[in-house]
Design a protein around this ligand. Structure first.
Ligand SMILES: NC(=O)c1ccc[n+]([C@@H]2O[C@H](COP(=O)([O-])OP(=O)(O)OC[C@H]3O[C@@H](n4cnc5c(N)ncnc54)[C@H](O)[C@@H]3O)[C@@H](O)[C@H]2O)c1
Length: 412
């Protein structure tokens, strides 16, 4: 039994606890977080995930587990990684480090994360669930023979949209790293690149060539939304972030020279039934589509019964309504790829290897996200074949992330 330890016990840790119920050979041995640790540990114990204990700090957790998971807010990544490094350098043996998306807020931070893990010699997993989504993986598997004879996908469209994040820190660009592009663009860029990647090639196979982007603050800078945010301690009049982002990346196949394009669209204004993950891939003579809001199941709750429903998220992540016709997804941890990412990482760690997606891959995605912000800020095509541009990206911190979003966001 591999002992898992989670740092952070909020929304995503709860999803992973649900996912782990379907993963063999693991025990959720420990949790450590300023808030929510006892509740999560109790839930895990009740669900038979082991004798889950609460630990006071990262050092104590590391000493008691085999795999450490960074499921805390983005601004806490480096501090947690340093604490893990101290524990390992002090003699603690761990078999893997997992970090939720995004790996970091910018490339400087991503570099530190990747370099520290490499120096420690501990295998890593960058948790980007969307590459593991069963509908995406299965569509690719079923089309592999068609792809073989016709050629790989040339256009990928991906989107993740909902009505806005659950915790105030996500809205604060200085803490989170930006607005929706940093938070969810990282997903859509990663899965878009994956949809274009020829079967059998690694996820970092394609060469990114150029990036264009368009971002704006369309909804949450206006009344009554801006005042609602202010009540939650977020002031978009002073430090706004983008709630809409469209990033277009051109790639080149390094063996054939063939070009392909990924369009990643994200927003925090999807006032619809709930979270939607949307993917569309077009190859020569074939295509596939994934829409997470299309479900074989649904619910109906009348006005008369609505007051009895305490939690609309029972049916769907980021659900926006508690009555009427509601979309029901019966197994979200499976649908979104959380179970599959664990099923990939655990055997890899057992063999002393990185997961399919490692911290270096997370660093690559951070670079593409940063290129998106740079393209929007500079209003030009970012040429990723230019070494001077790549060098500039290394130290680039988007104006939005610096708290100066008002300078670059139309609508503010
Ligand atoms: N894969 C996905 O689709 C997905 C979904 C949601 C969140 N995430 C990612 O997961 C991470 C956590 O997001 P969340 O929604 O669970 O946030 P959250 O705010 O719901 O929970 C954060 C947890 O971390 C704890 N925490 C805060 N500061 C800490 C610190 N310094 N050290 C240790 N723990 C600390 C909090 O007490 C809380 O338990 C973020 O990086 C986010 O981007 C990924």
């Amino acid at each position: 039994m591999l002992k898992i330890g989670m740092i952070g016990a909020g929304f995503v840790a709860g999803f992973h606890e649900r996912a782990l119920r379907s993963v063999r050979g693991v025990e959720l041995a420990g949790v450590c977080a300023p808030q929510g640790a006892e509740t999560l540990a109790e839930c895990a114990r009740e669900n038979g995930l082991g004798n889950t204990r609460v630990f006071e700090n990262t050092a104590a957790l590391c000493a008691a587990v085999d795999v450490v998971c960074i499921f805390a807010p983005n601004y806490a990544r480096l501090e947690i990684m340093r604490d893990i490094a101290k524990a390992v350098e002090g003699g603690v043996k761990i078999k893997g480090i997992i970090c939720e998306k995004p790996l970091a807020r910018n490339l400087q931070e991503a570099d530190i994360m990747a370099r520290m893990a490499k120096a420690l010699g501990v295998p890593t997993a960058y948790f980007e669930n969307q590459l593991h989504m069963p509908p995406v993986v299965e569509a690719r598997r079923q089309l592999a023979a068609v792809e073989q004879s016709m050629g790989s996908v040339h256009l990928a469209r991906s989107a993740e949209e909902h009505g806005g994040p659950h915790e105030p820190w996500f809205w604060d660009p200085t803490k989170q790293g930006g607005g929706v592009c940093c938070d969810m663009g990282c997903h859509s860029i990663a899965v878009g690149m994956y949809m274009l990647t020829p079967s059998g090639k690694p996820p970092n196979y394609l060469t990114p060539v150029s990036v264009t982007a368009n971002m704006a603050l369309l909804k949450w800078g206006k009344e009554p939304w801006i005042s609602q945010l202010k009540k939650r301690g977020v002031d978009y009049a002073v430090t706004p972030a983008e709630d809409y982002s469209n990033v277009i990346i051109e790639f080149k196949d390094p063996e054939t020279g063939i070009r392909s394009v990924a369009q990643a669209t994200n927003s925090w204004m999807y006032d619809a039934p709930g979270l939607r993950l949307f993917m569309e891939a077009f190859g020569p003579g074939y295509s596939y589509t994934v829409n997470s809001l299309e479900s074989p199941a649904g619910l109906f709750i009348s006005d008369a019964a609505a007051t009895a429903v305490a939690d609309s998220e029972l049916a769907l992540e980021k659900a926006q309504a508690t009555r009427g016709a509601l979309v029901l997804q019966h197994n979200e941890p499976d649908l979104y790829g959380y179970i599959a990412e664990w099923q990939d990482a655990i055997p890899a760690f057992e063999q002393g290897k990185n997961a399919l997606l490692d911290f270096e891959y997370g660093r690559l995605i951070t670079m593409l996200v940063m290129a998106g912000y740079m393209a929007h800020e500079q209003k030009k095509v970012i040429d990723l074949t230019d070494s001077a541009v790549l060098q500039a990206l290394e130290t680039y911190v988007p104006l939005v992330q610096q708290g100066k979003g008002a300078e670059v966001l139309p609508g503010v």
